[in-house]
Design a protein around this ligand. Structure first.
Ligand code: PEP
Ligand code: MG
Length: 901
């Protein structure tokens, strides 16, 4: 029997797809299909799948069957349109557009007007009502775009030729070039093309199409696309789909135009109609911010029929997608065409406000609202804003394109931004308009300021995506990049001068403006009542946070070492302390006691030093226990090597030498120096620290245990409640823990007596060996807390204090990891150690309490992982507590992980 293998399906007509096929058809293709099936006016076309791109990128050639499928779909398109691609009399023209699973604005390629050649340009002119100018302008755009994108002809050469043509005509405006000028320009462009490629500009329409499709496939691996993916954590192997769409023209005269619209304000979330419109222009002109647009509402005056139709479609789309939609459209001689829609990117504030509104409107439920916001957005809303008084007067006002308050030194190029940022300086990248090549600079800068472009310009879209402050279209500013300065209101601002930009109001200030806390923080702190305020953001945050708390399984604790930190964290919703590091309690005016402890020559000297430290420590813990009022408090016994409490070796050696030279009495300093020398370690992070210290310095841990137990008893006797959990750091073997525990239990029993105080004893899991022998360690531990900082350090063998600055940039560049494993948990490696320890620990001791207290406890993605592996709580710095609460809620409702891009 013969079995036939159907070739993979690589091409889908718009009528065959739908919005849920983003993996296959990319976001743009899936949504074009959805709109087509909704009966909206979408120019006909088809989508080549991401699978075809993946196959092309893997093998360097188009997969079998693709060419035939394109042929068949093209023929169907030609039949439907009644025109043939590039037909000399009545040409069908198409655009070839990239469109990946996740939106990557401006990062990949588009070629418009495919199908034009020396003959069809005449047919296009006839079609357009003998509009020669339009036809030749379209042709020169094709050669320019095709040359640059498909054949890597340097774009400046075309731009230079265009400038020359304008100079010859004595104008600055493209629109002054007539048909003859443009015909001449086409000839010049063709020569440029031939010079760089060694061949004539391809006249065969199908060849143009195939080469353009191939160029879009390849643009997936363009440097800027790779960089963007890394920044946005988009997987590298998805590939892009390619959309082949019938061209419609917004540049056919005053009754044509193009625009971008949002169904709600993507900046604030407010309801209404937002967008930009540009008459007599092509779509690319709006997104690139090349000419300043007019507000969408103007369209009502210019073309009421199209405006009403557009509003109607926007309402339908929003109802259909149940979310803010972002739309691109073109009007060709009074006929409206929808070129794109997607669930629109929005600012952090808008994300919360819109989610709340959609719940009110009954379009989504609270779970869905929670799904649609994320911890990174919440963190952004907790940033301070400018504190303005009469001293600061805005020198310019643009569009608040991406919120936040940013101050920094002005730079005019991406390269300079990167350079100064590497020196640790805050910079504001100032450009007339940004383009995708500015991505590096935008990443490096604190904020972005442009003098051209609207809310939908490249700068605005990319900055919002990155959560970076951006003011666009501040047109009072005259930017002079070569001279490295800008002029505004008669003043000159040069490279290096400091400016401040407010991404909410769009205002620009000279100098550094002080900042004020966010209203979201005021709400968390309890000084803004969500029931009383008319601040829509605070109300939405309150509502969603309340739901997250109701849904989450993970408890959220905080890392806090002082009463003040503990108090703040409680206001932020912390349900206990997951890590109280005791080392800072050995600094300041206690340094001298610690020195005495380290230098003690006799048993008595040592016990005296410890006895002097005991009441001080007890008081520390009393404060914290009182503040936490019966919530669990995990106190970690001292962790860093003791020499960290002594002066640095070099400084001490110099002091001693100088003092000796002067004949001063240096006995004490000499003893100190000898101790520092004795304690010097080549690898202190792997040396005498944590539990090892407790086992080597008699009485040290015992003093701390006693202080904790006495503090708990004192608080209880005063009518309070204290729930201390003593945590032993850096345990690698159960015997270490058993030894500490035996001594601690004796002290606890003696101190606690019949006070009713209960003290748990547990351990950190932060050494790989501890994770791998967790079953044994659990026998001696009442709880585990994962120290993911050290676990990452020792799991990877990365010195945590050195590597991020030293070489992580290269690892990120090479894609060895997409984000530092110190920032977000490495699920495969370090995560596996956690999984093993959790499983084996709980197998040995059912119900073993598990938490995490490394930095990862406040990282959104990591919180999802900790939820998945079944930890009981995460602990993080006070400021991250709301973020962890929100993400814990989101993890509980999302079994498939976070996907809020
Ligand atoms: C850890 O290692 O993750 C931890 C919390 O301890 P520290 O950062 O104090 O070493
Ligand atoms: Mg540690």
């Amino acid at each position: 029997m013969v079995t036939t293998h159907e070739t993979d399906k690589y091409v889908y007509d718009f009528a065959e797809g739908n919005k849920d096929l983003k993996d296959l058809l990319g976001g743009k293709g899936a949504n074009l299909a959805e709109m087509t099936n909704l009966g909206l006016p979408v120019p006909p076309g088809f989508t080549i799948t991401t699978g075809a791109c993946q196959a092309y990128l893997a093998t360097g050639r188009e997969p079998d069957g693709l060419a035939g499928q394109i042929e068949a779909h093209l023929e169907a398109l030609e039949r439907a349109m009644g025109r043939r691609l590039g037909d000399p009399q009545d040409p069908l023209l198409v655009s070839v557009r990239s469109g990946a699973r996740f939106s990557m604005p401006g990062m990949m390629e588009t070629v418009l007007n495919v199908g034009l050649n020396d003959r069809s340009v005449v047919g296009l002119s006839d079609q357009a009502g003998q509009n020669d100018r339009f036809a030749w302008d379209s042709y020169r755009r094709l050669i320019q775009m095709f040359g640059k994108t498909v054949c890597e002809v340097p774009g400046e050469e075309f731009e230079h030729a265009l400038d020359e043509a304008k100079r010859a005509k004595g104008t600055h405006d493209d629109l002054d070039l007539d048909a003859d000028d443009l015909r001449g320009l086409v000839e010049t462009y063709k020569k440029i093309f031939a010079k760089h490629t060694g061949r004539e500009f391809p006249q065969e329409p199908r060849e143009q199409l195939d080469l353009a499709i191939r160029a879009v496939f390849e643009s997936w691996n363009a440097e800027r696309a790779i960089l963007y993916r890394r920044q946005e954590r988009i997987p590298a192997d998805l590939g892009t789909a390619v959309n082949v769409v019938t061209m419609v023209f917004g540049n056919l005269g005053p009754d044509s135009g193009t625009g971008v619209a949002f169904t709600r304000d993507p900046g604030s979330g407010a309801q209404g109609i937002y967008g930009d419109y540009l008459a007599n222009a092509q779509g690319e002109d709006v997104v690139a911010g090349i000419r300043n647009t007019v507000p969408l509402q103007e369209l009502e005056r210019l073309d009421k029929t199209s405006y009403d139709q557009l509003l109607d479609i926007m309402a339908r789309l929003e109802g259909h997608y149940q979310d803010l939609c972002d739309i691109e459209f073109t009007i060709e001689r009074g006929k409206l065409w929808m070129l794109q829609t997607r669930v629109g990117k929005r600012t952090a504030a808008a994300a919360f406000v819109i989610a709340g509104q959609l719940v009110d409107e009954g379009l989504i439920d609270l779970d869905e609202a929670l799904h649609r916001v994320n911890g990174a957005q919440l963190a952004q809303l907790m940033f301070p804003r400018f504190q303005l008084d009469h001293e600061f007067e805005a020198v310019a006002r643009g569009i608040g394109a991406s919120p936040g308050a940013a101050s920094g030194a002005v730079v005019f190029t991406s390269a300079r931004a990167v350079e100064l940022a590497a020196e640790g300086k805050s910079v504001i990248l100032v450009r007339r308009e940004t383009n995708p090549d500015d991505l590096n600079g935008m990443i490096a800068a604190q904020g972005i300021l442009t003098s051209r472009g609207g809310k939908t310009s490249h700068a605005a879209v990319v900055a919002r995506g990155m959560g970076k402050t951006c003011v666009s279209g501040a047109d009072e500013i005259e930017v002079n990049v070569p001279a490295k300065r800008f002029n505004v209101g008669g003043r000159t601002v040069s490279e290096g001068d400091v400016v401040s930009i407010d991404g909410t109001t769009g205002k620009v200030y000279l100098g550094e403006v002080p900042v004020t806390p966010s209203e979201v923080v005021q709400y968390f702190e309890g000084s803004l009542d969500p029931e009383r305020t008319d601040d829509a953001l605070v109300r939405a945050v309150h509502r969603i946070m309340t739901h997250a708390d109701a849904r989450r399984r993970l408890a959220v604790r905080t890392n806090a070492d002082t009463g003040a930190d503990a108090a703040r964290a409680r206001r932020f919703g912390a349900e206990g302390i997951g890590l109280c590091r005791t080392e800072h309690m050995f600094l300041g005016d206690r340094r001298e006691l610690v020195e005495r402890l380290i230098l003690a020559a006799t048993e008595t000297e040592r016990t005296d030093a410890l006895a002097a430290l005991l009441p001080l420590q007890r008081q520390d813990f009393v404060e914290i226990f009182r503040e936490m009022a019966g919530l669990p408090v995990t106190v970690r016994l001292i962790d860093p090597p003791l020499h960290e409490f002594l002066p640095p070796l070099e400084q001490l050696a110099v002091n001693v030498a100088v003092a000796q030279e002067r004949g001063e009495d240096v006995a004490k300093e000499e003893a100190l120096l000898a101790a520092v020398r004795r304690m010097h370690e080549e690898n202190p992070m792997l040396g005498l620290r944590g539990v090892r210290l407790g086992l080597v310095i008699p009485g040290l841990f015992a003093m701390q245990v006693r202080a904790i137990a006495e503090a708990a008893v004192a608080v209880t006797r005063d009518g309070g409640t204290a729930c201390p959990e003593i945590m032993v750091p850096l345990v690698g073997a159960v015997q270490e823990l058993e030894t500490v525990r035996a001594e601690a239990e004796k002290i606890i029993a003696e101190v606690v007596g019949d006070s009713g105080v209960e003290v748990l004893i547990g351990t950190m899991i932060e050494v790989p060996r501890a994770a791998l022998t967790a079953g044994q360690i659990a026998e001696a531990a009442q709880f585990f807390s994962f120290g993911t900082n050290d676990l990452t350090q020792m799991g990877w063998g990365f010195s945590r204090d050195d590597v991020e600055g030293a070489f992580f940039w290269r690892y990120l560049e090479l894609g060895i990891f997409g984000i530092s494993p110190f920032e977000s948990i490495d699920r495969d490696g370090v995560g596996r150690l956690i999984r093993i320890a959790a499983e084996e620990g709980r197998a040995a001791r059912p119900g073993l309490k598990l938490g995490v207290c490394g930095e990862h406890g406040g990282d959104p993605d990591s919180v999802h992982f900790f939820h998945e592996v079944g930890l009981d709580y995460v602990s993080c710095s006070p400021f991250r507590v709301p973020v962890a609460r929100l993400e814990a809620g989101r993890s509980a409702i999302e079994t498939t992980g976070s996907d809020s891009r």
